[in-house]
Write a protein that binds this ligand. Structure first.
Ligand SMILES: Nc1ncnc2c1ncn2[C@@H]1O[C@H](COP(=O)(O)OP(=O)(O)OP(=O)(O)O)[C@@H](O)[C@H]1O
Ligand SMILES: [Mg+2]
Length: 375
């Protein structure tokens, strides 16, 4: 089995592309926000399936992955991709008569020197408008791991700029449109972009990103059966169950299938069930042992966060009271809680959604804690 096996997802691409229409009922003109857990195939789908499909259907596409460089400001990553699109369409842009040749490089502006068009400068909205006009196509801006944008002021401003561009372009006369598609690995994280009145996309909803489905499972079944004895063949349903057990993560399923070949009881459906269950349990054990090595207060905070979800109020009286048991019987000071939260953030267990609001980084942490409490 080569790790590079890619199972194409034409149906999922078609379904998502169908949402990119100005039709107010069927379409997502306001923006599409799709969330799915880590390592479930989001980026691969965007790059290998959706973008080629959209380009084939006559859309222009700008794609930015805000995790592609963790050291860079999210705004810089977005602008870099927009610049690259301007460069790609330089020839067409050189034929435009730009409405605003004046230098408007303010806080949200940038410039780029294009070979044919000369020096280009303007805002994010100017650039997107020029791209649409030059290509004569509807434009889809895809931001992968969009929640990262809220980590910096510039990133948040870039999101507001995208929203402003969307409104300006979609409300202008003419029939060219700008669509925004944002993905994230945590529903609660992505919802920071849509949830409150100060959020750039207030009012939009977060939907589940389509997980890998039956086509992927049957392709994997066909592949693994080639390597298995006649008597050990697997049905797609066996693989489907195992895939679900490991959270629909291709890498974990591939791990299980590799182990299957060496199963002491012989490869087959029962062995696969055992291996997948063990793989899942192992992931939980790893998480819990990392937690067990933390300070009692940090552990107490994680457990409380798992119970409270997004309603967790780190510095409330009630929280300090609840954390007594984890802090030598004394209510921890606000500064002490803050220090513990910072440490948890650094270790990737906690995510700060906005000032004073924290959530667990991913759902697996809450699940592992809940199971360890009952089990
Ligand atoms: N259609 C597919 N066919 C086969 N393997 C796939 C497919 N989609 C994803 N994978 C595999 O799943 C793994 C995770 O994929 P990917 O990086 O796209 O997920 P992600 O959800 O973007 O992850 P992250 O949360 O790290 O951003 C990769 O090893 C990738 O090769
Ligand atoms: Mg990704």
């Amino acid at each position: 089995m080569t790790p590079s096996l890619h199972v194409p997802r034409p149906e999922d691409a078609t379904r998502i592309a169908a949402l990119l229409t100005p039709d107010p009922l069927a379409g997502a003109l306001a923006g599409l926000f799709l969330a799915a857990p880590r390592r479930t195939g989001k980026t691969t789908f965007l790059r290998s399936d959706l973008i080629p499909h959209l380009e084939g259907r006559g859309f222009a596409v700008v794609y930015a992955d805000l995790w592609s460089d963790r050291a860079a400001d999210p705004a810089e990553l977005i602008i870099a991709r927009i610049k690259a699109a301007l460069e790609r369409h330089d020839g067409l842009i050189s034929r435009l008569r730009r409405k605003s040749p004046v230098n408007r490089v303010g806080a949200l502006g940038f410039s780029v020197s294009l070979k044919e068009s000369g020096d280009w400068s303007g805002t994010i909205a100017d650039a997107l408008e020029d791209l649409i006009e030059a290509t004569g196509k509807d434009l889809v801006v895809i931001i992968d791991e969009a929640q990262q944008a809220v980590e910096t002021d510039a990133g948040l401003n870039a999101m507001f700029a995208l929203k402003a561009a969307r409104d300006a372009i979609n409300q202008a006369p003419g029939d060219r449109h700008l669509y925004l598609l944002m993905t994230g690995s945590h529903r609660d994280k992505l919802s920071t972009l849509v949830q409150n009145r100060q959020a750039p996309f207030f009012g939009a909803g977060v939907r589940p990103f389509p997980p890998l489905g039956a086509a992927y499972v049957s392709a994997m079944a066909a592949r693994v059966n080639d390597a298995l004895a006649e008597t050990a063949q697997l049905a797609p349903a066996d693989l489907e169950a195992a895939f679900d057990t490991v959270g629909r993560r291709p890498e974990l399923l591939t791990d299980c299938l590799r182990d299957l070949i060496f199963a002491p009881e012989g490869a087959g459906p029962a062995a696969l069930r055992r291996i997948a269950a063990e793989r899942k349990a192992q992931a939980e054990i790893d998480t819990l042992s990392e937690i067990a090595a933390m300070t009692p207060l940090q552990q107490g905070i994680l457990r409380l966060m798992a119970q409270k979800g997004p309603g967790f109020q780190p510095f409330a009286e009630e929280t300090r009271e609840a954390l007594k048991a984890a802090h030598r019987g004394q209510k921890p000071a606000v500064a002490t809680i803050q220090t513990a939260l910072n440490a948890l953030r650094e270790r990737g267990f906690v995510w700060r959604r906005e000032h004073g609001r924290y959530i667990l980084d991913n759902a697996d942490i809450a699940l592992a804690l809940a199971r360890s409490d009952t089990g």
